[in-house]
Design a protein around this ligand. Structure first.
Ligand code: CA
Length: 417
């Protein structure tokens, strides 16, 4: 895991999220530039549309970077993804002969606005963290029924909404919905009182499959373009009343936030790690030919209105029971067509320890054990004005592959009824 050296000095510091080894893909604008594809390097962003216009990067006879999404690059396939990464490393390496041509097209991060890095085709959310599933199952159904009988055999998921996937920095209104506490006879309609987060990774599918086709886990791994941090905002009171028998609906449909930089599978390659030992053998179509998870340190930060940022949970993506390639292979296994731009949420990432829990539902144990913040206030769930920030990076000996932040602030509900 050697750090690659760049002529962009800020990319060579040990604690930057964006060394030359990373090169994540985003969409940015400035006061002068329309939204377009960019690549993060240190504290700068490479204007890919400008590089393409000057023939420094040529992927296709039609321009693919002068648009506000990376889907056109995804459509060109894994061979082109590898060529692009190799070319960017060449252009940005120390002693690159092209430094003088590239340097005018770097924009300081302090001057940019970040946008959604892709057009999300469809969004599917899984439930693949064993500690999370056990904790939530214990609270909702009791310890003896915590893990449903299918859980150790199937990466369980549900089809979510692409329409409300938003980029970090987008404010979220508290959702409304039907609420009914166990001791109430009838439901009422109003703002959720148990608004929560879910710390997840999002896998971005980069190539498509035809309806009727199935894929192996190895093929699924090659289809994944990259990963982002994902916050699957969840209204626990709406969820508890609506979820049987078809799973979450309005409890999760109102918002999903993602981090602005797509970290490529290629950048994460040195950090591969295996899923844990299987308690039940998986069917052959779900078996992994090699390690398919990644070692990624993750944190959840809460910032009250006008207050300071405070870490409320730390965990690692390596605690998941199912990997994204397993989830993708399962998703296509019925013959379901998958598309470039599909987003797969990993499921909440919780470790075995209390401070490793990736939701407030678990951190406060359903509200029975509120957490205390530095300012003395307590939280069982999220309050209006709170900002939640997810951060993550894969830590190597000489560098780290960072994701940036996935932040969202909760505003009061818009209530009409
Ligand atoms: Ca979720």
């Amino acid at each position: 895991m050697t750090r690659l050296t760049s002529w962009v000095e800020s990319a060579n510091s040990a604690d930057t999220d964006f060394p030359l080894n990373n090169l994540p893909y985003g969409v940015f604008s400035t006061n002068a530039l329309e939204p377009r594809c960019g690549v993060a390097i240190g504290d700068m962003v490479v204007d890919m549309a400008a590089l393409e216009a000057e023939d420094l990067v040529l992927l296709h006879f039609d321009p693919v970077f002068d648009v506000p999404y990376w889907n056109d690059v995804m459509d060109l396939g894994p061979k082109t993804w590898a060529d692009l990464r190799a070319r960017l490393i060449e252009l940005l390496s120390a002693n690159s002969p092209d430094q003088a041509k590239v340097a005018p097209h770097l924009v300081p991060m302090s001057e940019i606005h970040l946008h959604m890095p892709l057009v999300v085709s469809e969004y599917t959310d899984f439930y693949a963290g064993r500690h999370h599933a056990t904790n939530v199952g214990t609270m909702f159904r009791g310890a003896e029924n915590a893990l449903p009988p299918n859980w150790l055999h199937i990466p369980i998921g549900y089809n979510g909404r692409a329409s409300t996937v938003v980029v970090s920095g987008t404010d979220i209104h508290r959702p409304n919905g039907q609420l009914k506490a166990p001791d109430e006879d009838l439901p009422t309609f109003g703002p959720s009182k148990r608004l929560d987060i879910e710390l997840e990774m999002g896998a971005i599918v980069g190539t498509s499959t035809d309806m009727g086709d199935t894929i192996s886990v190895a093929e699924a791994d090659e289809m994944i373009f990259g990963y982002v941090l994902l916050n699957d905002w969840s209204a626990r009171d709406i969820q508890a009343w609506e979820y049987q028998p078809l799973g979450p609906f309005q409890a999760k449909a109102f918002a999903t936030s993602i981090s602005p930089w797509i970290v490529t599978s290629a950048a994460l390659e040195p950090f591969r790690t295996s899923t844990p030992e299987r308690e039940k053998d998986l069917l052959p179509y779900l078996q992994e030919p090699k390690p398919m998870l990644f070692n990624i340190d993750l944190s959840v930060i809460l910032q009250p209105e006008g207050g300071t940022q405070e870490v409320i949970a730390r965990t690692n993506y390596n605690t998941m029971y199912y990997s994204a390639p397993q989830q993708l292979a399962h998703h296509a296994s019925s013959g379901c067509a998958m598309n470039a731009g599909d987003l797969l949420g990993s499921g909440t990432i919780s470790g075995p320890e209390k401070h490793e829990r990736g939701s407030l539902l678990e951190l406060s144990w359903g509200g029975e054990e509120p957490i205390t913040l530095q300012d003395g206030s307590t939280r069982s769930f999220i309050e209006d004005g709170d900002t939640i920030i997810l951060t993550g990076h894969a830590q190597g000996a000489e560098y780290r592959i960072g994701f940036g932040a996935c932040a969202g602030k909760i505003l009061p509900a818009k209530t009409k009824f």
